[in-house]
Design a protein around this ligand. Structure first.
Ligand code: FAD
Length: 461
């Protein structure tokens, strides 16, 4: 086989190379070395003994300006370059958690849940998710979005920790809880000293969670909860679950048969939870399968603002935009890794990025990334103006999770074999995006919500 044949086959080896090729191959590897040396923060100091170390550099945890946080190569329309003040501060604070990237990678590999990072998120006041909590960081929708984006850009499980603790559990209590419930739970949740879950999905009711079967039966001065929940982040070994159940209380006809929210402490008798194992996405956060066997809670543990499934939906709709931002974070990380690799990896004697086809692919990725950014920025504007509609958040969620999947697939391919190594992070992001694709309403369900709004007719059932 000639060297040209071998190259055409895509597996040229030094043994196959002609002298001219050999010179080029040597020059190429030199160029690769020097390019790697020139790459900022290449991670060479942490090189594994058996290899050259990660080929994709890690985010700079000390970045403080918008230009450092998101270089123009990833912000082509300069959508984020003018961000200042509290929004910039929150964004840079979120980025500081890039110092935990190795800890998260190890946790992902071992399927451990580093719950101490919820405490760290609380210390940094990053758990508010745009909610107004007295004494805590008040974030605009843009600021909250940037935090979601940045945390998922570092690691999807980290982003999901905020989504569960702040986005879903805290939001349920802030939006629908009594003053006493807020007094008891808001501060420990927002500071990350106690961990909370949002338990809606059931083994037999995911997309049709409106048909949930868990029951809260009134028994004298108590509610007695019976049923099962599945896929519940923070549902095991934590402190509180906000459980959504159907009310069985004939003394309250307006509530009887409706869905409401109940604050269930996880240590109570009858609350049994098992961590779901064998996941291939978001491995550094745990979800649980919960069994509620006649769990007895006081009457005042019901969220008074939760009077029907519409109130549950209001919480979910508010967090959907966060998923669109999270998908943007994953996609940004993948695009940046692909760009860095394409400009430093030498094949056929030149950087990959010299190939027209590679440049077109990078350009396509940037087009997709920019569209995701535009969706997010417009969502934040609408939310800030109090003008956002649920189907707009659905459109953004489905667009961005789908787009993130495309970018991750392209990035993984452009990294070649390195693309399947966890240390280069693209494979982790690619796997984690699969969870975003499904949770908080699947790709299809979000499309059906949009379809209903434009056609005027529901196709759900
Ligand atoms: C990692 C992860 C974390 C999660 N965290 C939480 C949590 O903290 N709390 C919580 O309550 N839930 C959580 N969930 C649950 C999540 O919201 C559900 O998985 C999701 O709503 C889908 O439900 P399902 O898995 O039962 O899929 P199904 O509803 O069974 O859907 C299977 C497929 O059928 C499609 N489908 C369903 N109905 C229709 C229809 N009418 N027409 C066309 N297609 C349809 C869906 O789009 C999907 O493709 C989590 C899930 C995951 C994977």
């Amino acid at each position: 086989m000639t060297s040209t044949d071998a190259m055409n086959e895509g597996f040229a080896t030094p043994a196959d190379a002609t002298p001219a090729d050999a010179t080029r191959a040597d020059g190429a590897s030199e160029a690769a070395e020097s390019a790697r040396e020139a790459a900022p923060d290449s991670g060479a100091e942490s090189a594994a003994p058996l290899g050259p170390g990660p080929v994709v550099s890690r985010p700079d945890a000390a970045a403080a300006t918008a230009a450092e946080l998101l270089p123009r190569t990833a912000d082509h329309f300069a959508l984020f370059q003018d961000i200042t003040g509290e929004e910039l501060d929150a964004w840079a604070t979120a980025r500081s958690l890039a110092s935990e990237i190795d800890r998260l990678a190890e946790a992902w590999d071992k399927a451990d849940y580093p719950t101490e990072l919820i405490g760290r998120l609380g210390e940094l006041d990053l758990l508010t998710d745009g909610l107004e909590v007295p004494g805590h960081r008040a974030l605009s929708p843009l600021g909250a979005g940037l935090v979601n984006m940045e945390l998922s850009r570092i690691d999807g499980s980290l982003g999901t920790m905020v989504g569960v603790q702040g986005g879903l559990a805290l939001r349920s209590i802030v939006m629908l809880g009594s003053e006493e419930q807020k007094q008891r739970w808001v501060e420990p949740i927002v500071t990350g000293t106690e961990f909370a879950a949002f338990a809606l999905t059931e083994p037999d009711h995911g997309s049709d969670s409106v048909s949930l079967e868990t029951v809260a039966r009134r028994d004298g001065d108590s509610w007695v909860l019976t049923g099962e929940k599945r896929w519940i982040g923070n549902g095991a070994n934590c402190q509180l679950s906000v459980v959504w159940a159907r009310v069985d209380d004939e003394t309250q006809p307006e509530l009887h048969g409706q869905v409401s929210g109940f604050l269930v402490e996880q240590h109570l008798p009858g609350y049994e939870a098992e961590v779901i194992t064998g996941k291939v996405a978001l491995r550094a956060i745990h979800q649980a399968h919960i069994r509620l066997a006649d769990v007895r809670i006081p009457l005042d543990a019901r969220l008074p603002g939760a009077r029907s499934f519409k109130d549950t939906s209001a919480v979910l709709f508010a967090t959907r935009a966060g998923v669109a931002w999270g998908a943007l974070g994953h996609a940004t990380a993948c695009y940046e890794a692909a760009l860095e690799h394409a400009t430093t990896r030498i094949q056929f004697g030149r950087p990959l990025a010299k190939a027209q086809h590679v440049q077109v692919r990078l350009s396509n990725m940037l087009q997709t990334l920019t569209s995701m950014q535009l969706y997010c920025v417009r969502l934040a504007e609408l939310e800030a103006a109090g003008a956002i509609r649920p189907e707009q958040a659905s459109l953004a969620k489905v667009h961005n999770t789908r787009a993130a999947r495309e970018i991750a697939a392209d990035a993984r391919d452009l990294l070649g074999g390195s693309g399947i190594l966890l240390e280069n992070r693209v494979a982790r992001h690619k796997a984690d995006i699969e969870a975003l694709h499904t949770y908080e309403g699947t790709d299809t369900m979000q499309s059906l919500i949009v379809g209903r709004s434009i056609s005027g007719t529901s196709a759900f059932a």
